[in-house]
Each structure stands twice: as structure tokens, then as C-alpha cells.
Design a protein around this ligand. Structure first.
Ligand code: CUA
Length: 312
């Protein structure tokens, strides 16, 4: 069915089954009611000026039928959907746990071995995963259409979600709860690796080369990081003002801070702004940027700087 997203998790077919069942039932009853409506309107129309409407008090058999059949159908829908829903709420005991932190406007994933990734969730094909999720600010929602899973993420308490990815590939992750100006750009990817590729990734040789992503020149890697790390949610490339200053022609230029101080944007200023965003706030902007300490490595920061230098 081309109107339904790709099937890539253990739940996808089950959820599609419920959807299809309810849709087909609805279509059948819609057609039944509309066709009968038109048919009766024509058949029992008034044909003469003096024609009188017959006096009908009711028909118990008919009323029983149109009460009992829909009631049974409703129970069937309930039980069918509940069985699928119950499955989705109960993760298996052997599921791999991954901690998810959502914040304006990025996704951070932390694995059992301490590895962290930004906006890219790495999971192994055919191995169940349980996500333990929290928000550092407002309500977000973790939504992967190809997996048919969606769960709100709240501040001050954990919510969970589980699935078993069944297909190797990269799948779109959306934030499905309006969470501020950067909401529509709060995107991520779920990367499903084969067991062999996951092994290599897990041991953390780290790079990407072995799992099929070529290594790139610094500026190009910076460009990827700009999107992957969520910089694009707040910093434009075309000079337009966003939640944060645009990156266009930023490096080497002077900017005015909130306290009136003038600072030249150089490597150290950028590094400081990434690791300690509250240290110096450019005039006219709010101190809302999260720290990327422990999230972006020194290499990543250098790549971002290299990329920023190309934006003249
Ligand atoms: Cu986070 Cu919308």
C-alpha cells in the first residue's frame, strides 16, 4: 500500500492491520448508509400532493439488529486494538536500553557503554530496544512513522517506548509535539545497522567509515554536523536572524555582546560558545542555547568552525 509508510519494525504490520480493519469497516458502513439514504429518498418520495405519510411506530427486529451488530463490531475493534496496544506498552526484559533526552531543539541519545550521539539513534536490526526518555524543557514527542511508534516526552518524569527494528536502513525521526520555533527542524534519523555493523559501531572505533559512511573533509563534515546536531534549528546560513545569530559572514567579524563589549568571532570564541553558550550572549538574543559539552568532540567543533569559515 503506497499510502502507508515503509514497514520497518515489529509493530508496523500490526498497527497497519488495525488501521486497515477500521478503515475498511468505516468505508463499508459509509457506503451502506449513503446508498440506502439515496435509495430510500427516491423510492419513498412523495408522488402526489395529497399523499399521506404512513404511521409507523417502530420495528423491534430492525432496532435490535442495528444495535447489536454495531455493538459487537465496536467490541471487536476494541479488543483487536487493545491486544496490539498492550504489546506496544510492554517491552521485553532483554531489550537494550537507550536514554533519550529531548530539548529545544535536538535529540540526544546515550548508550549503555557511555557513547552519545546527537540526532542520530543507532540500533541493531532484530534486537528489541527500549528508550527511556526525558525532556529538559517543554513537551516533545518521539515519532518514527516507519516503526509506527510515537510517545510524548515530558520534563520531570520518564516515559518509555520500545520496538524491534526489522530492516537495515535510515529512517526519519520527527518531533511530533509543537515545542517552539525550532519544532519543525527538530528532526533526527534512526540508523538501523546489521549485527556485524553494529558490533563495529558499538566498539566505537567510532567512525563512520566502517559502517558505510565515508569520511569527509572538515568543512563538509561540519556541514553535516550543522544539520545533525540541530544547529540549523536556530542558526541560519543566509544572514536571516533566527533564535540565534546567523552563521553567514560570522567568522572574523565583530559582534556586540549584551554588556556592550565587542568581540571578534574567532576559533576560541566559537568553541566557548558551543561548550559554554551562556558565557557571552550576542546582543538581542536570548540565552537559550544548550551546552554541547560531552556531545560534540573537539574534532566535531573544529569541523564546524571549518564549515563556518566557508560561509562568507
Ligand atoms: Cu520538540 Cu517539537
Amino acid at each position: 500500500m503506497s499510502w502507508i509508510p515503509e514497514v520497518a519494525s515489529n509493530f508496523a504490520t500490526k498497527v497497519d492491520g488495525v488501521l486497515l480493519f477500521v478503515t475498511i469497516l468505516s468505508v463499508i458502513f459509509f457506503l451502506l448508509v449513503s446508498i440506502l439514504l439515496v435509495f430510500f429518498a427516491v423510492k419513498y418520495r412523495r408522488r402526489r400532493e395529497d399523499e399521506e405519510t404512513p404511521y409507523i411506530t417502530g420495528n423491534e427486529t430492525l432496532e435490535l439488529i442495528w444495535t447489536v451488530i454495531p455493538s459487537i463490531l465496536l467490541m471487536v475493534i476494541f479488543v483487536y486494538a487493545f491486544v496490539v496496544f498492550r504489546d506496544m506498552r510492554n517491552p521485553p526484559a532483554d531489550a537494550t536500553e537507550i536514554n533519550v533526552t529531548a530539548k529545544q531543539w535536538l535529540w540526544q541519545f546515550e548508550y549503555y557503554n557511555g557513547k552519545k550521539t546527537l540526532n542520530e539513534l543507532y540500533v541493531q536490526q532484530n534486537r528489541p530496544v527500549r528508550l527511556v526518555m526525558k525532556s529538559e524543557d517543554v513537551i516533545h514527542s518521539f515519532f518514527v512513522p516507519a516503526f509506527r511508534v510515537k510517545q510524548d516526552i515530558l520534563g520531570g518524569r520518564y516515559t518509555q517506548l520500545w520496538f524491534t527494528p526489522t530492516k537495515v536502513g535510515t529512517f526519519q525521526l520527527f518531533c511530533a509535539e509543537y515545542c517552539g520555533t525550532g519544532h519543525s527542524k527538530m528532526l533526527g534519523k534512526v540508523v538501523v545497522l546489521s549485527p556485524e555493523a553494529y558490533d563495529i559501531w558499538e566498539k566505537g572505533a567510532g567512525t563512520t567509515e566502517e559502517i558505510g559512511v565515508a569520511s569527509l573533509p572538515a568543512a563538509e563534515r561540519g556541514e553535516q554536523l550543522y544539520k545533525q546536531s540541530g544547529c540549523n534549528a536556530c542558526h541560519s546560513l543566509d544572514g536571516s536572524s533566527g533564535v540565534g545569530p546567523s552563521w553567514k559572514s560570522l567568522v572574523g567579524h565583530k559582534v556586540t555582546m549584551q554588556n556592550g563589549e565587542e568581540v571578534t568571532v574567532d576559533e576560541n570564541y566559537i568553541r566557548e560558545s558551543i561548550l559554554e553558550p551562556q558565557a557571552k550572549i550576542v546582543k538581542g538574543y536570548q540565552p537559550v542555547m544548550p551546552s554541547f559539552k560531552g556531545i560534540l568532540s573537539d574534532d566535531d567543533i573544529s569541523a564546524l568552525i571549518a564549515y563556518m569559515k566557508t560561509l562568507e
